[in-house]
Design a protein around this ligand. Structure first.
Ligand SMILES: *Cc1c(COP(=O)(O)O)cnc(C)c1O
Length: 431
């Protein structure tokens, strides 16, 4: 059995069947924008390994930071101990987040950071003497992760339908997909919901401005300002999940900076370590942390085994150092310009419904995805790695990608969008 045969028959890949496994490629090395495969071929990564490899693969500064830390202390339990990597990272994160958000909980993945945010919202309400407030409101079209609580906050008709039976029932607001025209009606819907269920809603969670993994939907920052206003009126905790959109992916450092508001709790992940080790953080406002701490329980009730792993923190420190040293806003703008230049021609293709671009996010929405084999052929022929889903052919490249690389990515996106539509899959997320 070759290693690839073993993989096919024994290892689950994300959203994949073991009975009919999709093609996987054997990655051997990462170098900057490129993956080098075992057979020597190179692919430019148009999705930066699910949006986390912001500074390119095996960034030397991050690799060196992890190496140095590995010689000192690879891990220590965070109960009863702390370490300088975690302290430095908490300070760096607080200097990156809006004023007042400076209480940090380290989580081992984005999904966990969302679970932590929800627990914070519920403990906040509990401490305020409102134990009945233990449900969340979320937006249709959203995505917050694959663990049970995060799934239950993601689009109820999206990729997690199968698990509906075991999930807690939260409240869902309409998907904000009508731009500013839809704002007044959406706001009324939100107000009605909190009026009717004031005693039940602990918090509201959204992906600010960019609903990524379930919808690739962009919406105006004005929605965020309305959320802030309504949450303030009802003392509801506002959570912004910046795991995908944060750290300059959409242009500014945080997607929510476009609105002059800040959340009570913020989730950060993905590009936090520049795609080197899994790490996320839930950052709470001083006010929220004070209320939780003064409550009858006082302790915040979460504590994973690998909490604040020193190697992951070292990677994140080096990643945030790069983010503060160089102008990533300009980098995202450069990618945006290259997407605008390279993707307009896709509008003329028969299978294309819409082309949208925001910062380092370029999306071609098609009527129906082409056949998997056809898309694989485009990847091999163009040397550009893309991973379309539902009816989106998109790219979120490493933020360090230059015009030439983005031009090549655009050629691959357009070539894929020009393929004939594939078999009907019912908007399948499971490839
Ligand atoms: C990816 C993602 C998550 C989940 O992060 P994991 O590290 O995969 O658990 C949560 N929220 C958003 C917005 C994401 O894009």
């Amino acid at each position: 059995m070759t290693p690839l045969e073993y993989d096919r028959t024994h290892i689950w890949h994300p959203y994949a069947s073991l009975a009919n496994p999709p093609k996987v490629r054997l990655a051997e090395r990462g170098e900057g924008l490129e993956l080098v495969l075992a057979d020597g071929r190179r692919l430019i990564d148009g999705v930066s390994s699910w949006w986390c490899v912001a500074h390119g693969y095996n960034n030397p500064a991050i690799v060196e930071a992890v190496r140095r830390q590995s010689e000192r202390l690879c891990h220590v339990m965070f109960g009863g101990f702390t370490h300088d990597c975690a302290i430095e990272l908490a300070e760096r994160i607080a200097s990156f987040t809006p004023a007042g958000l400076n209480k940090v909980f380290f989580a081992d993945s984005g999904s966990i950071s969302v679970e932590v945010a929800v627990k914070m919202a519920i403990q906040y309400q509990h401490a305020k003497g409102r134990p009945g407030r233990c449900r969340m409101a979320a937006l249709k079209g959203g995505y917050h992760g694959d663990t049970a609580c995060a799934m239950a906050l993601s689009d109820p008709d999206g990729m997690h339908v199968l698990f509906r039976g075991m999930m807690p029932r939260h409240f869902f607001l309409s998907k904000p997909d009508r731009g500013l025209d839809g704002l007044a009606e959406w706001t009324r819907e939100f107000e009605r919901l909190v009026d009717e269920h004031d005693g039940e809603i602990a918090g509201v969670i959204c992906e600010p401005v960019l609903q990524a993994a379930n919808a690739m939907n962009f919406y105006p920052a004005e929605y965020l300002a309305e959320m802030r206003r309504i949450c303030d009126t009802h003392d509801i905790v506002l959570v912004f999940d910046e795991i995908a959109a944060g750290l300059w992916r959409t242009g500014p450092r945080w997607a929510h900076e476009r609105a002059a508001v800040s959340p009570d709790v913020m989730c950060i992940g993905k590009a936090l370590t520049g795609g080197h080790i899994s790490l996320a953080a839930t950052v709470a406002s001083e006010k929220l942390a004070d209320v939780i701490s003064s409550g009858p329980v006082s302790a915040f009730m979460h504590g994973p085994t690998y909490m604040a792993n020193p190697l992951a923190c070292a990677a994140a420190n080096a990643s945030l150092d790069l983010f503060s040293r160089y102008d990533y806003g300009a980098k995202a703008e450069r990618i945006e310009r290259a997407f605008k230049e390279g993707l307009v021609r896709a509008m003329a293709l028969p299978n294309v419904k819409d082309v949208r671009i925001m910062g380092a996010v370029g999306v071609i929405e098609v009527e129906r995805l082409p056949a998997r084999e056809d898309m694989d052929r485009v990847i091999d022929e163009t040397g550009v790695w893309l991973r379309p889903f539902a009816n989106f052919i998109y790219s979120m490249p490493p933020l360090v990608a230059g015009e030439k690389a983005v031009g090549r990515i655009c050629d691959a996106l357009v070539a894929m969008a020009a393929l004939p539509p594939g078999p009907e899959t019912g908007g399948d997320f499971h490839e």
